[in-house]
Design a protein around this ligand. Structure first.
Ligand code: HAM
Length: 430
C-alpha cells in the first residue's frame, strides 16, 4: 500500500510543531493584550453561507470550495475562510445584543481551498483571523491592522510591508462599477470566459483575475480612489491618520481589491519583502465588511477583520533566516541499572512529573552509555543515575550535564533538590 497525504496538505512533524506552538502562543497572547476573545465554529457550514457572503463570482466560490452532499442531501462546504462563519455565529447568537460593543473575536484553525499547490499555497492551511463587529470607528481599523503587524513583529519579522486601499461605500462602488464596465466592455472578448461573466455581474473581480493579469487594459482601469465619495474619502483619511499615530508605515495601492465580495472601505494586505520568499508574497489580508451582518440576516452592524496563515508566517520567518527558541527542554533524564533500579526509575519519573519537572527515561533496556547519549540528544539539564550502590543508600546520583558536577541525593529529598538545582541552572543561564 502506498498511501500519501493528499495533494496540498502536509503532516506537521514533531520536529516542526515546536515552532507552531510558539506562534500559536504569541498569537493568543497578542489577542489577550488587545482583548479579542476566541471563537470556535464548525469546520463545515451550509454551502449557501459562503456563496452569499464571499460572493458567487469569486474564485473561492467558483473554483476552490470543497463542497459535498451529506447523507441527508444537504449541500455542505469545508470552510474556505473564517469571516462568514464568525458573522453567521454573531447573528445566530445575537451578539449584537451584547452590552460591550464592538464584539472582538479571534479564531485559529484549518481552512480548505482547492487551489493549485505551490510554495505558500495549500489546500488545507491554518488561518488565524480576527473580527471586530459593531463599530464603524476608523480607530478600530487601525487597531485591527496593528494587531496583525504586532504578531509579525513578535515573530521577529522585519521585512514586511503594509499595503492599504479604500474600496469605498456602496455609492462610490456603483459609480466605479459603471466606469469599469465602460472600460472593459469594448474589449471583453480578449478576456477569459470568467472575466466575460464578471463584466456585468461583478466587474471589480476582473481586476484580480489570475489569467488576464497582464492585459494592458488592467493597468489603465479606472481606479477606485477616483470614485470615492466625500464620506468614503474622509473615512479613509482618518484610517491613515490613526495608522500614523501608531507609527505604522503603509503604502496606498489603488489596485488592491481583495478576492472576496464582502469588502468595502478599508482593504489591506501585509506582504513579505524578504528576498527568497516565494512568488506569493501576501502574508495576511483583511478589510472592512459593513453590510455583511445584514446579508446574513442580522441588524446593520459594521465589521472589520483580517486573516493570516500560520504556514506563510513560518515561511517568512525562514526567508528572513530567523531562528526560534527551543521550547522542547527536558529537565531530567532518569537512568537505572538493573531490575530493582528500574522500578525506582518508573516511580521517580512519575514523581518528578507530578511536581512539574519534565522528566523522561529509557524504555528499550539500553546500556547506560547509550542512555547518556539520549540524555544529551534530548538536551537534558540533569541526569539521575540509580545503580545497586545508590539503591542501597536509598539515593540517586544527580549529575549536571552542563558542568559535569555530581552529588548523591537521598530519595526523600530528591524532588526538592532537583527543583533547587533547576533554579540554579536557570539562573546561571541568564
Ligand atoms: P484571504 O485573503 O482569502 O482573506 O486569506 C487571508 C490569508 O489566508 C492570506 O493572506 C494567506 O495568509 C492565507 N491563505 C489564503 N489561502 C491560502 C492557501 N491556499 N494556503 C495558505 N495560506 C492561505 C480571508 O480569508 C478573509 N476571511 C480575511 C478577513 C477576515 N477579512 C476580514 N476578516
Amino acid at each position: 500500500m502506498d498511501i500519501k497525504v493528499p495533494r496540498g496538505t502536509q503532516d506537521i512533524l514533531p520536529t516542526e510543531t515546536g515552532k507552531w506552538q510558539i506562534v500559536e502562543d504569541l498569537i493568543r497572547e497578542t489577542c489577550r493584550m488587545y482583548q479579542y476573545k476566541e471563537i470556535r465554529t464548525p469546520i463545515f457550514e451550509h454551502t449557501e453561507l459562503f456563496t452569499r457572503s464571499v460572493g458567487d463570482t469569486t474564485d473561492i466560490v467558483q473554483k476552490e470550495m470543497y463542497t459535498f452532499q451529506d447523507r441527508g442531501d444537504r449541500s455542505l462546504t469545508l470552510r474556505p475562510e473564517g469571516t462568514a462563519s464568525v458573522v453567521r455565529s454573531y447573528v445566530e447568537h445575537k451578539m449584537f445584543g451584547y452590552p460591550d460593543q464592538p464584539v472582538k473575536l479571534y479564531y485559529m484553525g484549518p481552512m480548505f481551498r482547492y487551489e493549485r499547490q505551490q510554495a505558500g499555497r495549500y489546500r488545507q492551511f491554518v488561518q488565524f483571523g480576527i473580527e471586530a463587529i459593531g463599530s464603524a470607528d476608523p480607530a478600530i481599523d487601525a487597531e485591527v491592522i496593528s494587531l496583525a503587524m504586532s504578531v509579525y513583529q513578535k515573530a521577529g519579522l522585519k521585512q514586511i510591508k503594509l499595503v492599504i486601499n479604500s474600496l469605498g461605500d456602496t455609492e462610490s462602488r456603483v459609480s466605479h462599477k459603471e466606469a469599469l464596465v465602460n472600460h472593459f466592455a469594448p474589449h471583453i472578448d480578449e478576456f477569459c470566459s470568467d472575466c466575460q461573466n464578471r463584466l456585468q455581474k461583478n466587474p471589480l473581480r476582473i481586476l484580480d483575475c489570475k489569467v488576464d493579469r497582464e492585459h494592458s487594459l488592467m493597468k489603465t482601469a479606472p481606479s477606485l480612489t477616483d470614485y470615492l465619495n466625500e464620506e468614503s474619502a474622509a473615512y479613509f483619511a482618518k484610517v491613515k491618520e490613526y495608522l500614523s499615530v501608531l507609527n505604522i508605515p503603509f503604502e496606498v495601492d489603488p489596485n488592491l481589491v481583495r478576492g472576496l465580495d464582502y469588502y468595502n472601505h478599508t482593504a489591506f494586505e501585509i506582504m513579505s519583502v524578504a528576498e527568497g520568499f516565494g512568488a506569493i508574497t501576501t502574508l495576511a489580508g483583511g478589510g472592512r465588511y459593513n453590510g455583511l451582518v445584514e446579508v446574513l440576516g442580522g441588524p446593520s452592524s459594521p465589521g472589520i477583520g483580517f486573516a493570516m496563515s500560520i504556514e506563510r508566517l513560518l515561511l517568512a520567518v525562514e526567508a528572513e533566516k530567523n531562528t526560534w527558541a527551543d521550547n522542547s527542554s527536558l529537565d531530567v533524564y532518569v537512568i537505572g541499572m538493573g531490575e530493582a533500579a528500574k522500578k525506582k526509575v518508573v516511580e521517580l519519573v512519575y514523581e518528578l512529573r507530578q511536581n512539574n519537572i519534565t522528566a523522561d527515561q529509557d524504555f528499550l533496556d539500553r546500556k547506560i552509555k547509550t542512555q547518556m547519549k539520549s540524555a544529551d540528544r534530548l538536551k537534558a539539564k540533569f541526569v539521575l543515575v540509580i545503580g545497586d550502590d545508590e539503591l542501597e543508600k536509598q539515593s540517586a546520583m544527580l549529575k549536571d550535564l552542563s558542568t559535569g558536577n555530581q552529588q548523591l541525593v537521598p530519595f526523600s529529598t530528591l524532588t526538592e533538590q532537583v527543583k533547587n538545582s533547576i533554579s540554579t541552572w536557570v539562573e546561571a543561564e541568564k
